[in-house]
Design a protein around this ligand. Structure first.
Ligand code: F6P
Length: 547
């Protein structure tokens, strides 16, 4: 679809906005008792309730139409078919192969990738089983009690988020930690109290060149060498990477190097060898269930009609808000403490994918692209930033996530959690009118002047949109499905916006400049040539350091 076609489609959606602007959601709910049935859909036991959005049947029809005009289904099939849809890096985008459960070939450039995928999974199973049962031990013969994954971005966020989310499946005697930041405080605080003889490191890096990871790995190597002796170092390391020669050069034993491929983007790599720390933490059977759950969402995405397709619906509603209503952020609010890293994970998945300003043809876009994604678990967020969501000047579409069943039997905790999540989406949608506030204050016995004074502060505008995603329990399968749901949503939006969701050139400039600045920070080169702010900051830094 040409750029002008997209512009026209966005413009056509504006007319729907004008119409909907006149009818708040509370009126649409009052007028249509079947609204929930009309605007909810399921994939497995995952229910998406999207009825509390500023939509009606005509809006949704226009959005599905838009998706068809941009050949969404053809592009989705091209991705699954192994085409190089990541055009700037000339790569296929085939993370779905990593969790594929069928027996068909998955070809990329004429070669079926499944034998290699299964080979690495098989090796991950053996290795994770052996670390868990103690048949793989440290150099001094002691069983590992702590495994530290060193990685950043996609080599950290996914496994770290999943390990936390699946805490009920972990063992108290085998702890998995994550170190990512080049800030020495991160590795320092993680190592505090740990025994090098019982600690294994996994160096996770797609490229095996990322400065943060290599710096942390060098510090870890030194710590192990000091603890068990230089000759024992290799017993305490494993590596996950596409750059096998670099792992070798680091001194990792061949049978502890787990590879993956350039058709796996870093932020889509949790399903690959990058998932090894998850398998160690929760057991390989649970890691397999996690892959299976994602595969179920893939099957849904690849086959369900657009009108019933969860990632498509969520993606299109996101486009509706971003491009037509100009809402610039998207909150993700899991009512699950164990999903406290979910928003951070989605930030990379979404913002590194769709934070782009040029089309696939290299032309400046004429429309907004990826939103700012953020969030925290409920109910904590309710006591922090929800005030702004309810009464602030920005409208923030929210995704609420909730399991029907908790892992622990601690009544009344879960019933309260569920009551809160339902209350929030209802409050955002309904709001509270002036009349309702006045009646409430009158019932409290307040006099007229005080009612007049207080009413504006207590009115909730309402008509604030949200999706609610409800599922039975946060199992490995469900978590796999949820992550895949968001991955495909990002794909849908990238297709509408006509951007390459699979590169990330925007992170390069900062990396280059940091490299150039390091000798100036270390005081071995002059700061000449930099702007006055950078020079001023460097000078003040050196002044503070020398005090
Ligand atoms: O921040 C850029 C980035 O390349 C991410 O896309 C990636 O997930 C992260 O750095 C880490 O890269 P690597 O796995 O190669 O160390």
């Amino acid at each position: 679809m040409a750029k002008s076609g997209r512009k026209a489609a966005f413009a056509a959606l504006e007319t729907h906005k004008k119409r909907l602007n006149k009818t708040p959601m509370r009126e649409m709910f009052a007028a249509d008792p079947a609204r929930f049935e009309k605007f909810s859909a399921r994939a497995g036991d995952i229910l998406l309730d999207y009825s509390k959005n500023r939509i009606d049947a005509d809006v949704m029809a226009a959005l599905f139409d838009f998706a068809r005009q941009v050949d969404l289904e053809a592009r989705r099939d091209a991705m699954w078919g192994g085409e190089h849809i990541n055009i700037t890096e000339d790569r296929a985008v085939e993370h779905m192969a990593l969790r594929y459960q069928g027996d068909k070939a998955v070809p990329i450039d004429g070669k079926d990738v499944m034998p290699d995928v299964r080979d690495v999974l098989g090796r991950m199973k053996v290795f994770s089983d052996q670390v868990r049962d103690g048949s793989i031990r440290g150099a001094t013969g002691e069983q590992f009690t702590d495994v530290i994954n060193i990685g950043i971005g996609g080599s950290d966020l996914g496994p770290a988020m999943v390990t936390l989310a699946l805490a009920p499946y972990t063992r108290a005697d085998l702890r998995v930690h994550y170190v990512s930041n080049v800030d020495g405080a991160h590795i320092h605080d993680t190592l505090k109290g740990l025994d090098p003889k019982r600690t294994m490191f996994i160096v996770a890096s797609k490229t095996f060149t990322t400065d943060e990871t290599m710096t942390n790995a060098a510090t870890a190597r030194k710590w192990i060498a000091e603890g068990v002796g230089e000759e024992g170092v290799s017993d305490h390391f494993a590596a996950l990477s596409t750059n096998l020669p670099a792992c070798d050069a680091f001194g990792i034993k061949q049978d502890r190097i787990f590879g993956f491929w350039d058709w796996v983007g870093g932020r889509y790599s949790v399903w690959s060898a990058i998932g090894l720390p998850i398998a160690i933490a929760v057991g390989f059977e649970n890691f397999e269930k996690f892959l299976k759950g994602a595969a179920e969402m893939d099957a849904h995405f690849l086959s369900a009609p657009l009108e019933k397709n969860l990632p498509v619906i969520m993606g299109l509603i996101g486009v509706w808000y971003r491009n037509v209503w100009d809402f610039s952020t998207q909150a993700v609010l899991p009512y699950d403490q164990r999903l406290s890293r979910f928003a951070a994970y989605l930030q990379q998945q979404d913002m590194e994918s769709n934070g782009k300003s040029v089309t696939l043809n290299g032309k400046q876009v004429d429309w907004s692209t990826g939103p700012i994604v953020w969030g925290e678990p409920g109910t904590n967020g309710q006591h922090a930033f929800y005030q702004l969501i309810h009464q602030g000047t920005d409208v923030i579409p929210c995704d609420f996530l909730i399991a029907a069943n908790p892992h622990e039997h601690l009544p009344p905790h879960h019933a309260k959690l569920v009551a809160n999540v339902l209350a929030q989406s209802e409050a955002l949608m309904l709001g509270k009118t002036e009349d309702e506030v006045e009646a409430e204050l009158k019932a409290q016995g307040l006099d007229k002047p005080r009612i007049k004074e207080l009413t504006p502060h207590k009115v909730f505008p309402g008509n604030r949109p949200s999706n609610t995603i409800m599922y039975s329990k946060l199992t490995p399968e469900t978590l796999g499905s949820l992550i895949a749901l968001y991955e495909h949503k990002v794909f849908v939006q990238g297709t509408i916006w006509n951007v390459n969701s699979y590169d990330q050139w925007g992170v390069e400039l900062g990396k280059q400049l940091a490299k150039a600045l390091l000798p100036k920070v270390e005081g071995t080169a002059s700061s000449e040539g930099h702007d006055s702010s950078t020079r001023g900051l460097l000078a003040y830094f050196h002044q503070l350091k020398s005090q």
